[in-house]
Design a protein around this ligand. Structure first.
Ligand code: ZN
Ligand code: ZN
Length: 736
């Protein structure tokens, strides 16, 4: 197309049909501007029914082309076809003005093939006709055909493209991501002097943006002597869509500064950018602005506002916008539910989903994919079953994204077997479906099964991605499969060309460290091609605690503290390592450092859900209604497990007398939650609890024995993985 554009442009000559076309357009514009369509249609009806044709073809033609224009604007194919039939009866269908209007009508009614048929029957075709076809193809997503037409108009009819042609074909080049074609159109526009037209230059920069050539687009933008708000919008959107939120936002501010009219398009791009960057102050200013310019009634803008506040972690502000929104659409509900879920407000997400049901808003697969992870986070088996049944009733359970969310949810609720049967029943499996199942097995300590499934996945020809490798490496780490883990890590880059990220390195250190290969883990860190992050040294520190290695712990901790962690968890870990080695000066030093930096120890909590109520326990908390009963049951429980050999593991607490230590251990949140579960549930019921930290040695040991003396199965989900306690043993094999 580009060669054709470059070479085949004949010199511009006066076009006899041009004046007529302009006149025709003026009349069409006038017709379109009039809103008396019923009147026009009445005239049409009268003409169709009258046996005698009105005198003179021209007035009839004028009425018909005006009608066609209206049909095109309303995408009214039926009336358009009726007009076509009338024109054909009168032998006017191939007349240039009529045929062009017909082609345009068919194109706008999404019938490009019909448009082409009309066009092909025209005895002579002018530029207006060619342009109608180019625009028709481009509008219907037939980019290649549109570009071909631009070549043919020059080769076959010697018609030189004009600004209308360029503005029509550029979106087609953009849709086809045809960067070379964009360049050729751009060059043609420069040679023909069309680039001074603001709509042509804007279409050029927009096409460059969509082809990812953002720098070139910016050069076009900066060069433009006149820009309108469409030009600014195109450039800002270009940055936002190409992931350069900072530049999108700075350009938006410049647009405001230069007094250009801001529209919904630029506001949407600015909101997206604020959300990506998490810039709350800027976000609030855009919010004020959009209220000022009257965009509050624009529901797309308001939905974007909800998403943006959620991304800035301000679900309170998002909820305020949502609640004040008068004309909520399903997208508004979805945005708010997802916002809650992604910010860990799972209860709110589920509550809002219920409200959506009450208000009879029909959910779609996106709604379910947003709410199911919230149900997974709450880990209530009853709710999990309910949402699964609901997905089936809505015929959305075989949607691959919904199905994957369900698999992940069942695994997180401790129901790996159900997750697997869903996985087996899937009609379609995406890579994320495999990842969810492999991760599910890994988090429950079924390392071998996870590895088998990973091999099966490779056997089906499905390509693993970075997340698949992270899941399988985690599974190897939790299952103690050191050799397999090493091989998978190497294979990631060698066989699949995937670059390991910080999380993969962290998991490898965890894998080696847990297995007691501390020196190998340390040299692995030293040989990393990128600067190791906190998570990598954190994994090393955890391994040092497990294997009581003070020297490497100090080295790791030094690096972590240099990197400035935001939580006190690593300081606590190091203090515990010192305490285990009876290095009390070290303990004191770490504590002082922690106080100086204002870092807090994360308080431990455990939750248990019983009959739709969530009970949260903090270590040592006594504010539960049934606190007395709980402590009494716990005291009895401790006596019972002591009888089968329980010895409080007081290593992890220091500075206090042994009996006080035991007392402190006995009030750990998970023990309180278990005691409460035993009081509230019938004998034989499985007890399920969730904890925000890693379970400590003592609680792990105690829980094993509790499962033995009470005959209960206890499922504990800690921050790392699941522990299934049964008959005095844990599924993790004491390896966590
Ligand atoms: Zn504990
Ligand atoms: Zn365990």
């Amino acid at each position: 197309m580009l060669c054709a554009l470059a070479t085949a442009s004949p010199p511009a000559k006066p076009n006899p049909s041009h004046a007529a076309a302009a006149d025709h357009h003026a009349r069409l514009r006038a017709a379109a501007a009039r809103s008396d369509l019923p009147g026009e249609l009445a005239a049409f009806a009268a003409m169709s029914s009258s046996s005698s044709a009105p005198a003179g073809a021209r007035p009839v033609l004028r009425t018909f082309t005006a009608l066609l224009k209206l049909c095109a604007a309303r995408a009214d194919l039926a009336t358009g076809r009726a007009v076509h039939a009338q024109l054909a009866t009168r032998g006017l269908a191939s007349e240039s003005l009529a045929a062009t209007a017909l082609a345009n009508m068919y194109a706008k009614c999404r019938r490009p093939a019909d448009a082409r048929r009309v066009f092909d029957r025209m005895p002579t075709r002018d530029r207006v006709a060619w342009n109608a076809l180019v625009a028709g193809y481009a509008r219907n997503g037939l980019a290649q055909a549109a570009m071909e037409m631009v070549v043919r108009m020059q080769v076959e009819d010697g018609e030189r493209p004009d600004s209308v042609t360029l503005v029509s074909v550029l979106p087609a080049c953009a849709d086809a991501r045809a960067l070379d074609a964009c360049r050729e159109v751009h060059a043609f526009a420069l040679r023909g002097g069309f680039d001074v037209l603001v709509n042509v230059s804007t279409a050029i920069l927009d096409a460059y943006c969509k082809c990812g050539a953002i720098e070139v687009a910016r050069a076009v933008f900066d060069w433009m002597p006149h820009k309108n708000s469409v030009s600014w919008n195109a450039m800002i959107n270009g940055y936002a869509d190409n992931g350069n939120s900072a530049e999108a936002l700075s350009l938006f501010k410049r647009m405001l500064g230069e007094g250009v009219d801001v529209t919904d398009v630029s506001v949407l791009a600015a909101l997206q950018a604020c959300g990506e960057l998490g810039y709350l102050d800027e976000a609030r200013r855009v919010h004020e602005l959009l209220v000022r310019i009257g965009l509050k009634s624009n529901v797309s803008v308001m939905n974007a506002l909800i998403t943006m506040y959620s991304k800035c972690k301000r679900t309170d502000l998002a909820a305020q916008v949502f609640n004040e929104l008068g004309n909520k659409t399903r997208i508004s509900w979805n945005a708010m539910i997802l916002g809650f879920t992604q910010n860990g407000c799972s209860e709110d997400a589920v509550r809002l989903f219920s409200r959506m049901q009450l208000e009879n808003v029909k959910p779609d697969s996106f709604t379910l994919v947003s709410v199911i992870p919230a149900v997974a986070d709450i880990s209530d088996p009853l709710q999990a079953r309910w949402i699964h049944g609901y997905s089936i009733r809505q015929h959305l359970d075989q949607d691959v994204y919904v199905l994957t969310a369900l698999i992940d949810m069942y695994a997180k609720c401790g129901r790996v077997t159900i997750a697997r049967s869903l996985f087996n029943s899937a009609r379609e499996r995406h890579v994320i479906t495999w990842n969810a199942m492999i991760h599910g097995y890994g988090s429950h300590g079924f390392g071998k099964v996870a590895v088998e499934l990973f091999e099966e996945m490779k056997g089906t020809g499905r390509l693993p991605n970075e997340t698949t490798f992270l899941s399988v490496l985690t599974a190897c780490s939790h299952g103690g499969l050191v050799d397999e883990g090493r091989n998978f890590f190497a294979s990631m880059k060698e066989d699949y060309g995937l670059e390991p990220g910080m999380e993969h390195y962290g998991t490898m250190v965890d894998l080696l460290g847990r297995a007691g290969k501390l020196d190998e883990a340390w040299s692995f860190i030293q040989n990393m091609p990128t600067e190791p992050g906190i998570s990598v040294y954190g994994a090393m520190l955890g391994a040092c605690k497990l294997h009581k290695n003070v020297e490497l712990a100090e080295k790791s901790a030094r690096r972590i503290f240099e990197l400035g962690p935001e939580e006190g968890v690593y300081h606590v870990l190091l203090a515990n390592i010192y305490a285990n080695a009876s290095m009390w000066k070290g303990v004191a030093r770490v504590r002082t450092a922690m106080e100086k930096k204002g870092l807090q120890k994360t308080p431990g909590w455990s939750i248990i859900q019983l009959k739709n109520e969530v009970h949260t326990f903090y270590s040592g908390s006594t504010n539960h209604q049934q606190a007395k009963e709980i402590y009494a049951r716990l005291a009895k429980l401790i006596e019972e497990i002591k009888a089968v050999g329980y010895l409080p593991d007081t290593d992890s607490i220091h500075d206090v007398e042994d009996d006080v230590k035991a007392q402190l251990l006995h009030t750990h949140s998970e023990k309180l939650a278990i005691a409460y579960g035993l009081i509230r549930t019938a004998p034989g019921t499985t007890i399920q609890i969730k904890k925000n930290l890693r379970v400590c040695n003592d609680c792990h040991n105690a829980t094993k024995l509790i499962s033995l003396v009470t005959g209960r199965e206890i499922i504990m989900r800690d921050i790392q993985r699941f522990h299934h306690f049964k008959h005095g043993k844990c599924s993790c094999g004491d390896y966590w």
